[in-house]
Design a protein. Structure first.
Length: 304
């Protein structure tokens, strides 16, 4: 991995020199916009709306339009003069219980690697966060933009999560929030039973990006001129039933699914042992099509 930022964590009189690395990578397919007739790439020009001239990058600055229509121009020198803290420090503001931090504030995740001389204080901070179940509230300046962030211990490293400022989180102003529907005790008991029936230990490796795998199959088929895969039939939803009946049937379905998964897991474990004994590896977490690891569903394509 290539570091994108270098500086130091400072808390109290302790400084820990670190390097920052992006903690995640996307495995989505990246598409180009092309001409249907000859597959030529579509290019975009930077054209001034006022004079119609094509503008080079060296002539472009940032502009902010005021309410009265005037535009304030800002170039790189203006940003360099902003009165912000040094862009080489991660300042610890305070430590807070992990349970008090709402994940809605989290943006991006980064790994922190210590410099060779800073390994001891780095491990000390990481261990202190682990044992106290605390997060460190910090401020950091990345690309000249000061942001709020959290430091936490994860799998022997410190992870930094950049965060939204409080005024950047929108309030959910929905009409149904003013309503107070009556929830019957038996419905609540059945809903709790359903939650209990579907409760398990979270393992990201148990999930895969089905959309990405289907897209890989489609691209491979079109490239080879083969028959295109067909979309499966939508599952039958059955008749419309009342809430209580839906809950009861859901609990029954969840319990039977768990029972089937448990018996299948035992059979799969026996087969896996046989393969290992025969010299075959075989692990639980198989990779997805196209070389990516198994991930939670929800990925998609990107257009460049």
């Amino acid at each position: 991995m290539r570091s994108m930022w270098r500086g130091a964590i400072s808390f109290g009189l302790v400084t820990i020199a670190v390097r920052l690395y992006t903690a995640a990578e996307e495995h989505d397919f990246r598409f180009h916009q092309v001409h249907r007739v000859d597959a030529g790439r579509i290019r975009y020009r930077r054209v001034c709306s006022a004079c119609g001239a094509e503008v080079g990058l060296d002539e472009i600055v940032k502009g902010y339009e005021l309410d009265d229509g005037r535009v304030v121009l800002l170039d790189q020198d203006d940003f360099d003069k902003l009165p912000i803290a040094t862009d080489r420090a991660i300042e610890v503001v305070e430590f807070v219980p992990a349970a008090e931090v709402d994940p809605i504030f989290f943006q991006k995740s980064y790994y922190l690697e210590p410099d060779r001389a800073a390994v001891r204080p780095y491990v000390l901070l990481r261990t202190a966060l682990e044992r106290s179940d605390r997060l460190a509230v910090v401020k950091i300046t990345i690309r000249q933009r000061e942001t709020l962030a959290m430091l936490r211990a994860r799998e022997d490293v410190l992870v930094l999560h950049t965060m939204l400022w409080p005024d950047e989180v929108r309030r959910p102003e929905f009409g149904f929030l003013d309503q107070q529907p009556e929830i019957r005790p038996q419905e609540l008991r059945m809903a709790s039973s359903l939650v209990e029936s579907m409760t398990g230990a979270f393992d990201p490796g148990d999930f895969q990006d089905d959309y990405r795998e289907a897209l890989a199959e489609l691209i491979e088929a079109k490239a080879a001129g083969a028959e295109l895969p067909e979309r499966g039939a939508e599952p039958q939803r059955g008749e419309v039933i009342d809430l209580m009946t839906a809950l009861e049937r859901s609990v029954e379905q969840a319990r039977s699914s768990r029972a089937g998964a448990a018996s299948g897991g035992r059979a799969g474990g026996a087969e896996s042992k046989q393969r290992r004994a025969a010299g075959g590896g075989g692990g639980k977490k198989a990779g997805s099509a196209g070389g990516g690891g198994r991930r939670r569903a929800g990925g998609g394509q990107r257009t460049a």
